[in-house]
Write a protein that binds this ligand. Structure first.
Ligand code: GZL
Length: 315
């Protein structure tokens, strides 16, 4: 009898502490997620990671696909505020234009977690944390690898990401930092492929038709590189041989292209952000402090190791 009472009292005490500490359990949370779209394999993997982690934790996730339009993202965030969600996740398609709606979220007392891309705001308190890889370093890693592969000299064309997006800005910056040490390396053409295969193919076709000598392609993501590889083959050249190809993300498609000898190197940018994002949200709603930037580990993969690694890739 006494043992039974002791257990009852213990459970009641735990429940009381949890209530007083305001520790909202994951299963009670309602979270709005404004996702950019489904422009790349990477983006799809990120969406699956966030949806899967929400389901695992019993979080009610309201998912809004913006079809790559910022106005759709802002509309979705306003709707989440009106619905009084507990937290909002935003993968901001571009860095600017976020202050007004983030101020509305702050005024409503709703924390905002940024996923994989940064915003440019005058007041950093407008978002709780950014869960993202170090995209400047990704650009540096690609630049350092290519400089070594080209022995410090050659003409490079660049397929850049979405104009005004933090990965496009930062991967461009990091790559240029790395190749600045090699006067023999030149970026002879640069144009956005908007992170998509179709646009990457289209822009690479134009680069090839221009008659410009091309020794290498640097693509800000694998999807644009895969589209460009198609264009290189259509032009009767061997991707990965006649034109060295380096890109970023390390998605399954990149490993398949490396196994086929058409892509030479990809820098990992982990899209499986779900666990880190929901850990941050649970910390925030429990009233505990969270780091302003939560980064993921990255590494670079080369063609020679792709065959042995492709089988255990998670995305
Ligand atoms: C990077 C992410 C980028 C990926 C692309 O953090 O924002 O967006 O590299 C995706 O594949 O479209």
């Amino acid at each position: 009898m006494v043992a039974m009472n002791w257990r009852v009292w213990f459970v009641l005490a735990v429940g009381l502490v949890a209530t007083i500490s305001g520790g909202a359990r994951a299963k009670d949370l309602v979270v709005g997620f404004s996702q950019i779209g489904a422009e790349s394999e990477w983006r799809t993997a990120e969406s699956e990671s966030i949806r899967g982690e929400a389901a695992k934790r019993g979080v009610t996730l309201k998912f809004a696909d913006a079809q790559q339009k910022q106005e759709n993202q802002i509309r979705a965030v306003r709707a989440f505020i009106a619905q009084g969600v507990d937290a909002i996740i935003v993968a901001p398609v571009v860095e600017t234009g976020w202050e007004p709606v983030l101020r509305e979220a702050k005024a409503a007392g709703i924390p905002v977690v940024l996923a994989d891309r940064a915003v440019d705001v005058s007041d950093p308190s407008l978002y709780a944390t950014l869960v993202s890889p170090d995209v400047v370093e990704e650009g540096r890693m690609a630049g350092r690898w290519l400089a070594k592969r080209l022995d410090g000299k050659g003409s490079i064309v660049e397929l850049a990401g979405t104009p005004g997006s933090s990965p496009a800005i930062d991967r461009g910056k990091g790559f240029r930092e790395a190749i600045a040490e090699y006067p023999g390396l030149k970026i002879v053409k640069s144009q956005t492929g908007d992170f998509t295969r179709s646009k990457g193919k289209e822009v690479m076709e134009a680069f090839l038709k221009s008659g410009q000598k091309i020794d290498a392609l640097y693509a800000h993501n694998d999807d644009m590189a895969i589209g460009a590889i198609q264009a290189i083959e259509d032009a009767g050249k061997k991707p990965g041989v006649d034109i060295v190809v380096v890109s970023i993300d390390a998605v399954k498609g990149a490993f398949e292209a490396m196994v086929a000898g058409k892509l030479n190197c990809t820098v990992e940018c982990n899209p499986l952000l779900g666990p880190a994002i929901f850990d941050a949200i649970e910390t925030i709603v429990a009233g505990k402090p969270v780091a302003k930037k939560i980064s993921m580990k990255e590494r670079l993969f080369e063609q020679g190791e792709a065959r042995e690694l492709i089988g255990n890739r998670k995305y």
